[in-house]
Design a protein around this ligand. Structure first.
Ligand code: ATP
Ligand code: ZN
Length: 702
């Protein structure tokens, strides 16, 4: 019971509480307790005039507060087993790495309802969870699941994995596995078998997916395979009550399988035996506010802490993971071919320059593309048309006075949504009815410029009468159940052409799609963000991956990916045409090495926000001056770039400025940040009008 000793002595306990931001990065605070409390216990403590939930934190107090100043704790949440020492360690690491306070992070990843419960309410919840778990365990399959015969590559991958699973809990942590499998190669089957093995060992399994919209499909596949295994999901679309129930089920060890989005990486799993990160390259794994953590990176850290295997799966791994595999830090397992010998789609780079030029008319639905769609329709095949822009048109425009539908609060256009006739800002949410005439000159003839998915759907319907067209994007799937219903219709063959944003390009196991078109992907080619090519390549590979997944359906004709571009000769498209991720990755890594960019360097972004951009900039300049004076910055070849406006500089009338810090070593960057942050808190007070500042470690979007 060494865990008990730390807090049993002298009545002093360390407690992680969510202290207010302005108090700076504080560690756990000391309180007095009459009874010995196991680390990880949930308790109630006073803070100022408030009463808060806190977590008894492992480790020694620094005794900074004199004993006579300590306040007694108010109570203990009885009946809940303490959070494990490893869970606390994960939180402590993440808080340190992403520069947040331990208490803030720890409390923010617990289900919010947990904070409001008293002992009696908790007892009731615990009873319900136990009942639910018993029901789950009694669930019998409709029919025994039919296990597919594994492909040779799957068999080999699993043999390697089994070796690691057997080692789980041994002295050294097994190396992370990068499951590099082309689209449709059966990665999910590998996850299922690995999960089966871990479950059979009496362990819990954590499976992460990048987006909520991928959880229903995955839940269904796991439920079908593992009837009788209590399974829960954890994501932000759950009600507070569901989230608490699922969290408790995992924490009590009753849920054996936990599926979820990035926040699930913090689930309490006392018997964790395997972690899976599906589509590990996906940017959605990075949290974009508060503690800006990468769930993928934390999954790797957590697996090492628990000494259990972690599988990172992708057809287009992140360059960070690819580099780690190249360097031998990760083990690479490849699934080089599609299941059943299905061919990857032929990629057709359609050169927009070959179209006859009609002045002023920019069309996304080119005649050859419509022809290709008609052919697929005639054959009874499904097609997918992909455009990464929702709404009807990105901007409304007056030809007389050149007025455009800008947002009064942001440096961005308001998007025209035709269905509800609104102009909506996708950044601040500001929405107004579409004016019937130009607001500046009164011209009645204002017209949409460019196109989003809503307009694309309309134009397709005009051009292809009789075709059954469905659209899936954030606008058509707002209501609960809508997405499932729409995907269901696609799977049932009730849809001929599916139009949508990137939501439909990843992860879905469509069986009937033979043709995928990207109508306007060029924009990302010339972005100033060094990660833009990596993201575009992954997106297009994933989109291509939705076509031709069923080897048997291919008797109709070969599947095809259609890319409309003004730059067919671009190296990115050339690699795409050959489905050559490896060449693309090699090329990109060489460029990154040359430019000293990640994974060859380590970045942090310091962001500042104010009504006046000059205030934000002055704060960052002062921050830079302070850091540059530190010996740490000078010795470690730390590079601090001048502050620049963010790509969308103003959102909701707030100017946003950012400053990039680049370091050769992760440890050096961490050391600087640790010194810097308390300083920044003090600096903020000197810069009147500064609203917020934040640090983003390993930022994804620059
Ligand atoms: N050994 C197998 N035999 C027959 N069918 C299989 C086998 N393994 C997987 N499948 C089926 O092949 C299809 C594709 O598998 P899966 O969805 O796992 O691919 P994936 O590698 O995850 O692809 P993506 O990266 O595109 O999501 C699924 O319908 C799955 O049920
Ligand atoms: Zn706005």
């Amino acid at each position: 019971m060494s865990e008990l000793q730390a807090s049993a002595s002298g009545g002093r306990v360390r407690v992680a509480v969510d202290t207010p931001q302005h108090s700076g990065l504080t560690g756990p605070l000391d309180y007095l307790s009459e009874q010995a409390l196991a680390p990880g216990s949930l308790i109630r403590v006073p803070l100022g005039k408030r009463e808060l939930m806190g977590i008894v934190w492992p480790g020694e107090s620094d005794q900074a507060t004199a004993a006579e100043l300590l306040r007694p704790i108010l109570g203990v949440l009885e009946g809940l087993p303490p959070l494990s020492a490893r869970w606390c360690e994960l939180i402590e690491f993440a808080a340190g790495y992403y520069q947040r306070s331990v208490g803030e992070l720890a409390l923010s990843v617990l289900p919010p309802q947990l904070r409001e419960l008293d002992g009696t309410q908790l007892q009731l919840r615990l009873k319900r969870v136990a009942k639910w778990a018993a029901e789950q365990a009694a669930r019998t399959p409709d029919a025994a699941p039919v296990l597919p015969t594994l492909s040779a590559a799957q068999t080999e991958a699993l043999a390697r994995l089994d070796g690691l699973l057997r080692q789980a809990g041994a002295e050294a942590a097994p190396p992370p596995l990068l499951l590099y499998g082309v689209t449709g190669s059966g990665k999910t089957e590998v996850y299922l078998r690995a999960a089966e093995h871990a479950l059979a060992q009496g362990r819990q399994v954590l499976v992460l997916v990048p987006e909520i919209n991928l959880t229903p499909q995955l839940e269904a596949r796991f439920a079908e395979r593992f009837a009788g295994v209590a399974t829960v999901s954890l994501h932000s679309a759950l009600t507070p009550a569901q989230r608490l129930r699922n969290w408790l089920a995992a924490h009590l060890g009753q849920a054996r399988l936990v599926l979820g989005t990035r926040l699930a990486v913090f689930a309490s799993l006392p018997q964790l035996g395997l972690v899976v990160v599906d589509e590990e390259h996906d940017p959605s794994y990075k949290q974009q506010d508060g503690a800006r953590y990468s769930a993928r990176d934390l999954a790797v850290y957590r697996a090492r802490l628990e000494k259990v295997p972690v599988i990172l799966g992708s057809a287009t791994p992140s360059l960070e993971s690819w580099h780690n595999a190249n360097e031998g830090r990760y083990q690479r397992l490849a699934l080089p071919a599609r299941i059943g010998g299905a061919a990857l789609p032929r990629v057709r780079l359609f050169d927009m320059k070959t179209l006859p030029v009609k002045k002023g008319v920019m069309t996304a639905l080119t005649a050859p593309l419509l022809q290709a769609l008609r052919e697929r329709l005639a054959r009874g095949e499904q097609s997918l048309v992909f455009l990464n822009r929702r709404g009807y048109a990105p901007v409304l425009h007056c030809g007389e006075c050149q007025w455009k539908s800008d947002c009064p609060h942001c440096s961005a256009w308001r998007v025209f949504h035709k269905a509800d006739r609104t102009l909506r800002c996708h950044h601040c949410g500001f929405s107004e009815r579409v004016p019937s005439a130009c607001p500046t000159c009164g011209n009645l003839d204002i017209a949409p410029l460019g196109r989003g998915t809503e307009r694309l759907e309309e134009q397709l319907a005009e051009a292809l009468p009789g075709a059954r067209i469905a659209r899936i994007d954030a606008d058509t799937t707002k209501l609960k159940g809508e997405l499932e219903a729409q995907l269901g219709a696609v799977h049932a063959g009730e849809v001929d052409i599916l139009v949508g944003t990137q939501m439909i390009t990843k992860g879905h196991d469509f069986r009937r799609i033979g043709f995928v078109a990207a109508v306007n992907p060029d924009g990302a080619l010339f972005s100033s963000d060094f990660r833009a090519p990596e993201r575009l390549f992954a997106l297009l590979m994933q989109a291509a991956g939705r076509a031709g997944r069923d080897a048997e359906a291919a008797t109709l004709g070969p599947s095809e990916m259609w890319v409309q571009t003004w730059h067919p000769e671009h190296a990115l498209y050339q690699a795409l045409a050959r489905h050559d991720f490896e060449a693309f990755a090699k090329n990109q890594l060489a460029e990154r090495a040359g430019a000293g960019l990640p994974p060859y360097s380590h970045l942090a972004l310091l962001r500042a926000e104010a009504r006046d951009a000059a205030v934000a900039k002055a704060f960052l300049d002062a921050a830079a001056a302070w850091a540059e004076a530190q010996p740490e910055a000078q010795q470690q070849q730390m590079l601090i770039y001048p502050p620049v406006p963010m790509s969308i500089a103003r959102v909701a009338n707030v100017e946003r400025v950012q400053m990039l810090v680049e370091a050769g070593s992760r440890a050096a960057l961490q050391r600087l940040l640790r010194l810097w942050l308390p300083e920044l808190g003090a600096l903020k007070r000197e810069h009147k009008g500064l609203m917020r500042w934040a640090v983003d470690v390993d930022p994804l979007a620059i």
